[in-house]
Design a protein around this ligand. Structure first.
Ligand code: OXT
Ligand code: ADP
Ligand code: MG
Length: 582
């Protein structure tokens, strides 16, 4: 233990001493952290109180996973690490799913958990909520640190911030043992020990020969395609990306959370021709998108390969900050390693102001296909079936988002997710927040809370009824902080559909089926918010319009035809039974 530690400390004008509590708060504030998402309890209750007293906003949740998801998406929205604060062992574990999900999605986040006494944990003597949390966290995040001495708090928080946001962003775990908080030290020395991180996410300039290689490949393309991923949204490079798209005239395809980077109504969007452009393109520029399962690993029938493992013959230019992302699935012919802003700027500089447009046959093939699909979709959306289905309900959401392009859209479910992605156009960057790389259910209310807190804009959360259940208790949090969140539950009585039968013929309902006609809107009413029961598009529209106008916490229980969904939405082929047939 350090020599200058004394047992008690209070941070007052008179006192020359400070303590662990204050140093943690001061270090966070010094680095521009404004909000802590968390859940109090031993040993961090006083930390939450003191943080609030000293001007940090503390958003207190009902379950740590939701606080963690809020912190993670705050990181994505702002580019600053989102901070989640939990108690030891069980609270820490509850936050860990969110930390792992943040790392998987490249969202910068710091999970700070209080922990039990090291001496007892290491001898496994059975402390209150005992767990070697650093060891558990290590494999699920970018970095894990433990601070044992008050004078190291500044370094610990600086390392956590830098690890979370530099290079490929991700989750970081910071372990603060209970004893640390009451350690006292000289206040001036404490202040001097804090670090304000300089340039936490330094630009990474691509090598000039790598830029030239990419331009040479692109110049020879007959059927080029640009693919935008959520890394491009995170990088806030939309102005240069738009210039790149418009100067080259290359059709582009946005991944789910890259929707709105350019407005989905942009004339060069190929979103509605996805299954045409992927197999047909000859040179694909990946900007902040990985060739993972969401892109069929860059091969197989999606890309025009003969079978599900065969490469389709495309050449790839990949812009990514992580050098080891290259060749992770197929050969990357022109890797461009650097931050997206710098890489796109370098491409633009190398191109000059004139760049040959793609061949007209390619453009007309892509846009004919797109226009046909858009027209077909418009026909479907114009129908008014009874009962309401995903399309007729989403036609309303589509109008509302168009009229309120600054509103945030949170989305989870299976059919509720997939139909929303293709039907609801986005107009601005970083407005669409969803299940991401893992397809994880449970992000809904955590994301919605952070979306409201960080943006101040109205939030619309389109939720499958199953998806909502994972974080539904946070409607109380939404009411407590009076957040302008409108939760819309697409209630089809179950996971995917409400019509499954018990295959054994017993009394229990099938595993995918819920209580029929559940009145979810009453959950919001229970906490003082507005509940709406909507069986028609008109009722849904009124509910949404009222919610946006009033900014009152609202839950709309939108009753959807229980037969309308498909198993696993658009990813039915990933079900083992279906995959075996491939
Ligand atoms: O080109 P084609 O013809 O193919 O058409 C495409 C586009 O061109 C076209 N399109 C358009 N047409 C017209 N106009 C416009 N504007 C337009 N835009 C596009 O539309 C189609 C589709 O386009 P898209 O979406 O771009 O293309 P596609 O082929 O779908 O893209 C492929 C993918 C893989 C990129 C895409 O499908 C994708 O992003 N998928 C993500 C899927 C996903 O992550 N799903 C969530 C997980 S499912 C499952 O795991 C669930 N669970 C299990 C579980 C989970 N996940 N987590 C945890 C912690 N525990 C358990 C559970 C429990 S889902 C779930 C709950 C489900 O029940 P709910 O009640 O919540 O939900 P409901 O299903 O609603 O009941
Ligand atoms: P999507 O799911 O939208 O396809 P992914 O999460 O798979 O997107 O990919 C995001 C990619 O963006 C990651 O490989 C990550 O390394 C990269 N990335 C994130 N931020 C930056 C940045 N500022 N510059 C360059 N690449 C980035
Ligand atoms: Mg459902």
């Amino acid at each position: 233990m350090s020599a200058n530690l004394a047992p008690v400390a209070h941070h007052t004008e008179e006192s020359p001493m400070t303590d662990g509590f204050n140093l943690v708060i001061d270090a966070l504030k010094l680095n521009g952290i404004k909000t802590i998402y968390g859940l109090p309890g031993i040993p961090i209750t006083d930390l939450t109180r003191k943080a609030q007293a000293q001007g940090l906003r503390v958003i207190s949740f009902r379950h740590e996973q939701n606080a963690g998801n809020a912190a993670a998406i705050a990181g994505f929205m702002t580019g600053q690490p989102g901070v989640c604060l939990t108690v030891s062992a069980p609270g820490f574990l509850n936050g860990l799913t969110a930390l792992a999900n943040a790392t998987t999605n490249c969202f910068p986040m710091i999970l700070i958990s209080g922990s039990s006494e090291r001496e007892i944990v290491d001898l496994q003597q059975g402390d209150y909520e005992e767990m070697d949390q650093v060891a558990v966290a290590k494999s699920l995040c970018k970095a894990a640190f433990r601070v044992l001495h008050a004078e190291d708090i500044g370094v610990g928080i600086a390392r956590a911030i830098r690890s979370a946001v530099s290079g490929r962003p991700g989750g970081v775990y910071l372990d603060l043992p209970a004893k640390l908080f009451s350690q006292a030290m000289d206040a001036a020395a404490g202040t001097a020990s804090l670090i304000q991180v300089v340039d936490p996410a330094p630009r990474q300039i691509p090598a000039p020969d790598a830029v030239q290689r990419a331009l040479d490949l692109l110049k020879g393309a007959k059927k080029p395609l640009i693919l935008l991923g959520k890394g491009a949204a995170y990088a806030r490079a939309e102005a240069d990306i738009r210039t790149l798209v418009e100067r080259t005239g290359i059709p582009y395809l946005p991944m789910s959370m890259a929707k709105g980077l350019l407005p989905d109504t942009h004339e060069l969007s190929a979103a509605a021709a996805r299954s045409y452009v992927l197999p047909e393109a000859d040179v694909v520029v990946l900007i902040g998108a990985r060739l993972n399962w969401l892109l069929s690993h860059g091969k197989g029938k999606t890309w025009g390969g003969k079978d599900h493992k065969a490469w389709g013959g495309q050449k790839f230019i990949q812009i990514d900050i992580s050098p080891t992302e290259m060749d992770s699935n197929v050969r990357i012919d022109a890797p461009l390693v650097g931050d997206i802003g710098s890489c796109v700027a370098a491409l633009l500089a190398g191109m000059g102001t004139q760049w040959p447009k793609p061949p007209a046959e390619w453009l007309s093939a892509v846009f004919d296909r797109r226009n046909k699909n858009v027209a077909k979709m418009a026909e479907t959306l114009a129908k008014d079936p009874k009962p309401m289905n995903f399309h007729s309900a989403l036609n309303v959401v589509r109008d509302i988002v168009k009229a309120n392009p600054d509103a945030m859209l949170v989305n989870e479910g299976a059919n509720a997710l997939d139909f929303t992605r293709s039907i609801v156009d986005m107009y601005k960057p970083r407005k669409r927040l969803d299940v991401g790389t893992w397809g994880v259910m449970g992000i809904g209310m955590g994301f919605a809370v952070a979306a409201a807190v960080e943006s101040g804009e109205p939030v619309i959360a389109i939720e499958g009824d199953s998806a909502f259940g994972f974080s539904g208790m946070e409607v109380e949090t939404i009411c407590r902080y009076n957040l302008p969140v409108c939760v819309v539950i697409f209630n089809n009585n179950g996971v995917y559909r409400g019509t499954d039968k018990n295959m054994g013929g017993g009394d229990d309902v099938a595993p995918t089926v819920f209580v029929k006609d559940a009145r979810y809107e009453k959950m919001m009413e229970a906490f003082g918010g507005v509940g709406v029961y909507a069986t028609t598009p008109a009722e849904l529209r009124k509910g949404l319009e009222d919610a946006i106008r009033s900014r009152k916490p609202t839950l709309i229980n939108a009753i959807i035809d229980e037969t309308a969904g498909t198993e696993s939405g658009r990813i039915t082929s990933l079900n083992p039974a279906a995959a075996a047939k491939k």
